[in-house]
Design a protein around this ligand. Structure first.
Ligand SMILES: Cc1cc2nc3c(=O)[nH]c(=O)nc-3n(C[C@H](O)[C@H](O)[C@H](O)COP(=O)(O)O)c2cc1C
Length: 301
């Protein structure tokens, strides 16, 4: 009831903000665009990425788990795959699919479990590892409990230890302020995910609203890779993320119906649709390459 009246739902607020950003057209001199991009030194067909999902079931008889199916879609689409909370054995199965994969580990109270999952991910060939720090607190304001596993705050010293041990690009997921982005940079992390994690905090600022301030605060010489997720559903949304300073964006819950109904092919089709929409937006706004996209064509910021 409260949510309907006051619209505290961050998903709604976030999506309204994405919708409010408009494009001007720059057609004179525009050429057919190339959507390929590079992340952590690897080439991808587009800056559309899979989400860091977890706990997906097997959606039909004779099918593999949803986690494996979307990893297969990532591999076949030539995009970066992400995985959330899984035990090592399951992560190994997902990594064996062959997609470049980022492993996001929970902020477990058991810090040795975090270390163990980092080292396992590295061994299994993960492209990067990280922690979703926005799952520290539960709705009662206490440290969260996720599927029976206790979470806790990760200190600066903890994070330094993980970064050191990883020897892989290390990512903090759930950054939604200049404060945390600058801390992350000072810690030496390689990437951040500007995200409200499915709208966990009511009235959370939309990722795209805070992103330009983060980019400015990190500075022109920043070597951090910036990812975005939350309500990203169209290629034009991905364009907005890139224009505002991100390097890539994840598409999450919106792919669920296609994943459930049509599995690998359903996800591949959705991702290709987004890639084409990105190309279409690039063509209309006069950007030939992803790395050239800037915010000068955006209105209503
Ligand atoms: C079923 C499901 C499982 C998720 N599991 C995780 C997880 O384990 N770790 C994580 O960092 N994020 C997790 N997320 C959050 C997503 O990575 C993402 O931040 C969020 O869904 C916002 O993107 P979207 O609006 O495109 O769905 C999960 C989301 C869903 C819907």
């Amino acid at each position: 009831m409260e949510q309907n009246i006051y619209r505290s739902d961050s998903n709604v607020i976030n999506r309204e903000y994405i919708n409010s950003i408009l494009f001007e057209e720059r057609l004179i001199g525009a050429v057919e665009p190339d959507t390929s991009c590079e992340i952590f030194g690897r080439k991808y067909t587009s800056p559309v990425m899979m989400p860091a999902f977890s706990h997906l079931k097997v959606f039909g008889e004779g099918r593999k788990s949803g986690m494996i199916e979307y990893a297969e879609a990532a591999a076949k689409s030539g995009i970066l795959n992400w995985v959330g909370m899984v035990e090592n054995e399951k992560f190994g199965e997902i990594a064996a699919v062959g997609a470049d994969t980022v492993r996001i580990i929970k902020p477990y109270a058991d810090k040795e479990k975090i270390m163990d999952q980092i080292l396992y991910a590295k061994e299994a060939g993960a492209v990067a590892v990280g922690i979703d720090i926005d799952h520290t607190f539960g709705k009662d304001g206490r440290y969260d409990n996720v599927f029976g596993e206790g979470m806790t705050a990760q200190t600066v010293e903890d994070l330094e230890r993980y970064i050191q041990a990883a020897g892989l690009p290390f990512i903090l997921k759930g950054i939604l302020s200049v404060h945390d982005a600058v801390c992350a940079q000072e810690l030496g992390v390689s990437g951040i995910v500007v995200s409200q994690h499915s709208g966990r905090l009511p009235y959370a600022v939309p990722a795209l609203k805070v992103l330009p301030r983060i980019v400015e605060a990190l500075g022109e010489d920043s070597r951090m890779t910036i990812f975005v997720d939350g309500g990203i559903a169209l290629g034009s949304d991905v364009f907005k993320c890139i224009a505002l300073g991100a390097h890539a964006a994840s598409v999450g819950r919106v792919i669920m119906p296609d994943l459930e109904e049509r599995g690998v092919q359903g996800v591949m089709d959705y991702v290709e649709k987004m890639r084409q929409e990105l190309a279409f937006t690039m063509g209309f706004t006069g950007f030939a390459r992803v790395e050239d996209i800037d915010s000068s064509v955006l209105w209503n910021l």
